[in-house]
Design a protein around this ligand. Sequence first.
Ligand code: ATP
Ligand code: MG
Ligand code: MG
Length: 261
Amino acid sequence: LSRYHTDFHEIEQIGSGNFSRVFKVLKRIDGSLYAVKHGTKQLHQDTERRKALMEVQCLAALGSHENIVGYYSSWFENEHLYIQMELCDYSLSINKSTQLFMEEEVLQALYQIAKALRFIHEKGIVHLDVKPDNIYVKNGIYKLGDFGCATLLDRSLPIEEGDARYMPHEILNEKYDHLDKVDIFSLGVTVYELIKGSPLPESGTQCLNLKGGKLPLLPGHSLQFQNLLKGMMDPDPVRRPSAKDLVENSIFDKVLRNSRT
Ligand code: ATP
Ligand code: MG
Ligand code: MG
């Protein structure tokens, strides 16, 4: 008997990843909509299972936060992992929405995701796959999702880094001393893409320039904003601001005067 089919009515597929498909479902007993992610890979081996379980173990350890996609439960079915989570409206996939972000809107997204990162880093968890695809929006609130690469700061497992385009050079060089700062770098690249409205080239010079800390100027943006972004993509992880530094930056004062918490 399938727990999935017993408990949920499948409405439609809403997304897919490398090793997963995500469905919009109705939970029969409470009449509410959720997203359920099915792993498509069969997890025979113990190491595979342990890696897959990191995602739900991190989500469960974190507890709920307004700026993190909500987690409800998880289970195994025929060697596949199922994850029941909060259904969001859409994600900030760059290819889909060529919608450009103005500075005020991007500051909202940056502030909210920085709060999510401050929360997870305080609990000793790093995301390692921050990118537009993995930032969701629900009722106008930005939420960090897809903890498929997340791990503990003092982990025993080797890391499984996310999308290489968002990784700083120290990860490419296998230096793992400041994994929290990997998330800060990735968020910097994410914000940069949201402003440009187009993905950075996979391994183009623009991306290499970013990784070398030589951020091309962004016309029409304040110097304070450009310096903040540049700091987030500093080649030296130690010099990048922490998530807490970000949240406390005075750049957010003007746009968030009423919503700062
Ligand atoms: P990737 O290989 O990109 O990391 P993944 O296999 O880890 O993908 P997710 O990123 O978690 O899978 O989800 C795949 C897609 O499903 C997302 O890009 C999004 O379109 C959709 N999706 C995932 N979770 C949700 C959710 N909670 N609400 C709405 N849509 C979702
Ligand atoms: Mg994803
Ligand atoms: Mg993923």
